[in-house]
Design a protein around this ligand. Structure first.
Ligand code: DQA
Length: 143
């Protein structure tokens, strides 16, 4: 099974950035441990602070992956380009957030991407990524 994990702006600073919201573990470290725990899954990891690069990556992996896990950071809340890219490819996508976006500012409650995803996981810290991988794994096993 091939899963592509795509991260958007500022997620490269996870661990250093607002630790009271996003925790103190780096995303790189977390994703390495995740990959080790799922050695039968072939992962690709991508992070960019640039919207068009995220669109390029979705187009690149979206015809070949069995699933996409995407945390588009702030782009989640307004990027029609990323939503369109997710709709353009056959791989099912799961939107994830480290924080519970619904318990934060009003502007974070809206997602432009959620309608283009099979589901959304938010608020479980970095474990949100593992829960998304589990969901894709379950979807594949259950057809
Ligand atoms: C985030 C939530 C977004 O609102 C925010 O802009 C981020 C991180 C999260 O993982 O909780 O950069 O996607």
């Amino acid at each position: 099974m091939k899963i592509s994990i795509i991260n958007g702006p500022n997620l490269n600073l996870t661990g250093k950035r607002e630790p009271e919201i996003y925790g103190s573990q780096s995303l790189d470290n977390y994703l390495q441990l995740l990959a080790a725990a799922y050695h039968d899954v072939e992962f690709t990891f991508f992070q960019s602070n640039i919207e068009g690069e995220i669109v390029d990556e979705i187009q690149r992996v979206g015809f070949d992956s069995d699933g996409i896990v995407i945390n588009a950071g702030a782009y989640t809340h307004y990027s029609l380009a990323i939503a369109d890219a997710l709709r353009a490819v056959p791989a099912p996508a799961i939107e994830v957030h480290i924080s519970n976006v619904h318990a934060r500012e009003e502007c974070r409650r809206h997602s432009a991407l959620a309608p283009a995803c099979v589901g959304v996981i938010a608020g479980f810290g970095l474990d949100s990524y593992r829960l998304a991988v589990e969901a894709l794994d379950g979807m594949q096993k259950n057809g």
